[in-house]
Design a protein around this ligand. Structure first.
Ligand code: DC
Length: 221
């Protein structure tokens, strides 16, 4: 039996937290596709290549190798054999990932890799185009969302807890811009497919969200 779960939604809705825990509970493999776009962005930032220069971005493809590995059940992402898992978690890399992900050729490269991974194993995959493009035949499709205000509050709290400076109004504006870019790009924008189950996490705890999603799978007795 093979079972794939697609989770899409805007930045800060809780996709990675939920997808990770869901995969753990079900014994599936969690695939964080955002990390792949982030690793690409990180490569260009380090090389000093302008992400708005599409030709220059595409010209580097043969020099970029992205791999996912699992160490003690935790996903690690490798860029040209270097573990960049923690280096890609900054707001700046997130911004640049959003930009690089608007290039159709970049998407084509990463979608092929994502489909290859999901072909042989049960996955919980999260991103923006999983239900619409990567896994259109996924067994369960979830659109995870939350209000802009709640998502901004969560980001704010995360940054304060990490000891970083944070400005709530600026974070809210960042989120609005990222949503706009992710939803309005030409190449596979973030959409909620008609068959997806919408889960608004604004006023739900992590456990409530997990319980709800598990009740939608065919594993519940
Ligand atoms: O989920 P995240 O913040 O790690 O994603 C970073 C950016 O990558 C996001 O702004 C849009 C892009 N992305 C995408 O276009 N398609 C995906 N499947 C995953 C992420």
């Amino acid at each position: 039996m093979k079972y794939n779960i697609a989770i899409d939604g805007p930045a800060g809705a809780g996709k990675s937290t939920i997808a990770k825990k869901l995969a753990e509970k079900l014994g599936f493999v969690y695939i964080d596709t955002g990390a792949m776009y982030r690793a690409m962005a990180y490569y260009y930032m380090n090389k000093g290549i302008d992400i708005d220069d599409k030709e220059a971005v595409i010209a580097e493809f043969d020099n970029i190798n992205i791999e996912l590995k699992y160490i003690d059940g935790v996903q690690h992402i490798y860029l040209n054999k270097e573990d960049v898992s923690s280096l890609i978690r900054t707001a700046e890399v997130g911004e640049n990932a959003s930009k690089v992900s608007a290039i159709a050729e970049v998407r084509k490269k990463l979608v092929a890799l994502q489909q290859e991974i999901a072909r042989s194993i049960n996955v919980v995959m999260d991103g923006r185009d999983i239900a619409s493009v990567v896994l259109p035949d996924a067994d369960l499709k979830i659109y995870l969302t939350a209000s802009v205000e709640v998502r901004a509050q969560r980001r704010y709290k995360e940054r304060i807890e990490k000891g970083e400076d944070a400005d709530l109004a600026a974070i809210e504006e960042e989120i609005r811009q990222r949503d706009y870019r992710d939803m309005h790009r030409d190449a596979s924008p973030l959409v909620c497919v008609p068959e997806a189950v919408v889960v608004d996490t604004s006023y739900m705890s992590i456990d409530e969200v997990l319980e709800h999603i598990i009740s939608l799978t065919e594993f519940t007795e």
